[in-house]
Design a protein around this ligand. Structure first.
Ligand SMILES: Cc1ncc(COP(=O)(O)O)c(C=O)c1O
Length: 393
């Protein structure tokens, strides 16, 4: 990772709070409440199951034994085409296209939506602004205009003010190309942009003929926690990108959805940027398979987590709180009586429940994902109660 500040990368991607050792055994779910691993491991980090190579191969074999996985050629046909079709149904958009990365999907969407106009408004805390190595500026000649520093989102009023302000602030006008919104926002602990604000921003943009892109890498999380369908979210945007690996199990990949006129411009861009890979079916088949029932599983995961957290909070040995407008990330603080690090170790060793290591203030975060469904609520509750009793100072 030579061109990347590894410490900052881990921090920004949320991996910095992982347990001291990364799990050697991966677990994965085929029918979502069972782990295919010999011993299911519940992980309170990551947005979904995370496969090791051997588990990935096993999972693909299971998929293949039900129905032969069909290969693609340079992203055409087979599992890739089937996945694209599925995403047009999920998002309600006219067309979808597979891309090797979300970074590519964001950048191409913004570039195409902007046309020759150069200014693109983004959240200051967004992946597009902070984590895409200035690609918009250096590769696509777009000038990112950050709004809402330190906040999850900018309001329609903020955007309008910024757009109107340009007239007085700049002498030589150049057009506004697009607005990009990330939802939920990774750098803001997965907090969401409220639907009402999205509606206002969308209405404003449409009234000014400004195109709107959604970095919906984790839009399934926003949808599960807010109850707003992905189709509804997508309806307010011209283009939507969704990650295939954050909670859909794929080894990588992204989907970009939008109008045919926009998506039809993507194959050429993918090719000239060297992103047209010969075979993409390993990721597409995995994502396609794990898409089935994911919304139900996430709803169940929320239910299970809510029950668990209520019970645990009553012990007064731990405080699990919610974030205002949050999704699957919950701040956690063990009481002073409990040695949080010891509790973490015992949970892992004795119960195969993995949490991020508490810091020197006895605080950590729980990220809820579908691995919480590998065991029933009673197992997890009892495990926490027992380790917290054993870890009392
Ligand atoms: C919000 C958000 N957008 C975009 C990306 C980029 O995805 P990729 O790693 O596929 O380029 C990420 C990845 O971490 C992300 O968190």
């Amino acid at each position: 990772m030579s061109s990347v500040n590894r410490r900052n990368f881990l921090k920004a991607s949320g991996v910095a709070i992982l347990p001291a050792f990364v799990p050697a055994i991966a677990t994965a779910s085929n029918n979502r409440t069972e782990s295919p691993a010999d011993e299911p491991i519940i992980k309170f980090f990551y947005d979904g199951e995370d496969f090791t190579p051997s588990m990935y191969i096993n999972e693909l074999q299971k998929i293949n034994s039900k129905e032969n996985i069909k290969r693609d050629f340079y992203g055409q046909g087979g599992a890739v085409t089937a996945l694209e079709k599925k995403f047009t149904e999920i998002t309600g958009k006219e067309k979808a296209i597979y891309m090797p990365t979300g970074t590519m999907a964001n950048q191409f969407a913004i570039a195409v939506l902007s046309g020759n106009n150069t200014k693109v408004f983004v959240q200051d805390e967004s992946h597009v602004y902070r984590d895409e190595a200035d690609a918009a500026q250096s590769v696509f000649q777009k000038r990112l205009m950050p709004l809402a520093k330190g906040k999850t989102y900018f309001t329609a009023a903020d955007l309008e003010k910024a757009v109107d302000g340009l007239k007085g602030e700049e002498v030589f006008s150049s057009g506004i190309g697009a607005v990009s919104i990330e939802n939920p926002v990774r750098r803001m602990n997965g907090c969401m942009v409220p639907l009402e604000e999205i509606k206002k921003i969308s209405a404003y943009c449409r009234s000014k003929q400004i195109k709107l892109h959604l970095d919906g890498a984790r839009i399934f999380m926003a949808s599960a926690w807010s109850g707003v369908s992905i189709k509804e979210y997508a309806s307010y945007f011209d283009t939507v990108y969704i990650s295939l690996y954050k909670y859909l199990g794929a080894a990588g990949g992204a989907i970009l959805c939008g109008d045919k006129t926009v998506i039809d411009q993507m194959p050429h861009l993918i090719k000239i940027h060297g992103g047209n890979m010969f075979g993409n079916w390993t990721s597409a088949a995995m994502a396609l398979h794990r898409l089935e029932g994911i919304e139900t599983r996430l709803k169940e995961s929320i239910k299970q987590a809510t029950t668990l957290f209520d019970v645990l909070n009553k012990t007064k040995l731990i405080n699990i709180s919610t974030l205002d407008g949050g999704t699957n990330i919950y701040p956690v603080e063990f009481s002073k009586e409990v040695d949080g690090k010891k509790a973490q170790e015992l949970l892992d060793k004795q119960y195969k429940i993995r949490i991020g290591p508490p810091n020197d203030k006895n605080q950590t975060q729980f990220t809820v994902n579908e691995t919480i469904l590998y065991r029933d609520a009673a197992y997890i509750t009892d495990a926490f109660k027992e380790v917290m009793a054993a870890a009392k100072r």
